[in-house]
Design a protein around this ligand. Sequence first.
Ligand code: SAH
Length: 237
Amino acid sequence: MRFLVTSLLVLFFSCQGVCQKPKVAQEGTVFESLRKKMVQEQIIARGVRDPEVLRAMLKVERHKFVPPEEENSAYEDRALPIGHHQTISQPYVVAAMTEALEVQRGMKVLEIGTGSGYQAAILAEMGATVFSIEIVKELADEARERLKRLGYDNVTVIHGDGYKGLKEEAPFDRIIVTAAPPDVPQALVDQLKVGGIMVLPVGEIVQDLIVIKKKDTGIERNYLFPVRFVPMVRSKD
Ligand code: SAH
């Protein structure tokens, strides 16, 4: 018995020195394997195939876009709270919307609803130049700071009302809306290039995820699947 206790104690103390890798490196590996699992089981399994989307989803450290108390849930198959009654979208929805957007390197992309900045980081990782508008000032400031810290220099976060779009940078190759308006905002259609694509949820409570292609002959509209986003709110002015 005494021998057993001594052995266990020796094992415990030697493990303290040898087994404990630096915390950050260890966490990084754990999160990396959770990310791989997320891409495999939630995204590839549901049919997303664009290699650039998959590469970006594997690379962007989603756990750095959520509050500390949600870090361990960052790779779960659901949206998570980010404060101010807002959420970071479910990973699969981010991947499916990004795939539908058909982003290519060097494109100018407008995002409405910066939230945590995660979707913007995915687009930036794919080589887009991103302008992202967020109506809640604190979220805009936090996301700007976070994206800068993580080295995403090709994202500009603007505090403002997405219903107005961003005239001074228009037209855009692509527009992605990550809050739900009741109808397609006309200002955004106007700011989309001919040949451009816009992906957005439209409706109340449960919305239709819609892909709009702007052709010189008019607008082509395709339905993807039902989604549940926070409403796109109107500014008071
Ligand atoms: N894309 C985000 C998640 C979007 S949550 C991410 O990757 O984390 C939806 C966001 O849209 C919220 O932060 C909300 O404040 C914002 N929003 C709602 N109405 C808006 C509007 N009119 N203009 C800009 N942002 C708006």
